[in-house]
Design a protein around this ligand. Sequence first.
Ligand code: LMR
Length: 394
Amino acid sequence: MFQHLKAQPADKILTLMQMYREDPRETKIDLGVGVYKNAEGVTPVMRAIKAAEHRLWEEQETKAYVGLAGDPGFSDAMIKLILDDAVPRELVAAAATPGGTGAVRQAFELIQMANPKARVFVSNPTWPNHISILQYLGIETVTYRYFDDETRGVDVEGMLADLGDVRKGDVVLLHGCCHNPTGANLNLVDWQAVVDLLNAQGGVPMIDIAYQGFGDGLEADADATRLVASSVPECLIAASCSKNFGIYRERTGLLMAVSQEAGARALNQDTLAFLNRQNYSFPPDHGARLVTMILNDADLRADWAAELEDVRRSMLNLRQGLADELQRLSGSDRFGFLAQHRGMFSRLGASPELVEKLRSDHAIYMIGDSRMNIAGLNAKTIPILAKAIVDVGV
Ligand code: LMR
């Protein structure tokens, strides 16, 4: 049996992570995998998570199974965090999943079950694992224009033109905020245009929201998702708690299926539970319980939101610092987009050859498409990176 296995294409992000670990150079800078790091290069456990873990350790009396869709209290708290009152709770089916990737995977499976002919439209570029999972499941994938190499912003016109090919029942995958890998985002006027177009074409939006709180703030980062969920007949939302709660390895996520048809929820809910059962039975509970505790406790919530806001501001400062230093060294404003982008990532717009040169000559690690994890920088490394960028001739 095993001799029939074929080597699978390596994941770009995880391969780079490994290369970085193996590089003996002390001056190396990791701008690869999307993990937040503070100025000391540490990915800290957030204060509220520590406090919630402490409380959980004292209070929890059983580790018996919860439910196939996870704890309904977790779903309620997350739906409120992401959608607030944009959609009545009774229109939302939801299930906990192992991380945001788990939610994405379950969403794709649901799409395939509901409509085997559905094509999934993804932005060019998108998170590489979106495409990898779609291909693995054999779902037809279509790309739509998104990143404008010239302006390093969104090519809204190109995007809307390409979404004109969406047929009734096709799904369009959108990043709720902090687009990964580019950092370039639609404004709310553009979002409305996308919604209007999808409604006209009969396309179903699927939102991947993995960085709420990392861009313009907890509420502002949810605006687009709220707009979509309240303006379309149905949509899917895959949410991650990995980044904004800093619980990467706990694998905590939620998949929501929103339908404006009141009668649809029960079947959607059963389907989400069924899909969980087929893939891993019960979703992990530890991270979900911590998140629920934090969101439902005024003190823990305030402390979590304050720490998240510090994280967001520190990334904005790093962005501005890098843009300023590049302006100083290059004598041009062409890197100003770095301060405009939002979230953890920015696509620098360097060729793969230059990205390789940054790695070989300067021990700077970014993904081959020139995606940089801004949180991998600090006050000391900003001048080093800026100089290297100018030196290699980006
Ligand atoms: C990333 O894009 O770097 C993160 O989402 C981590 C991952 O799993 O790829």
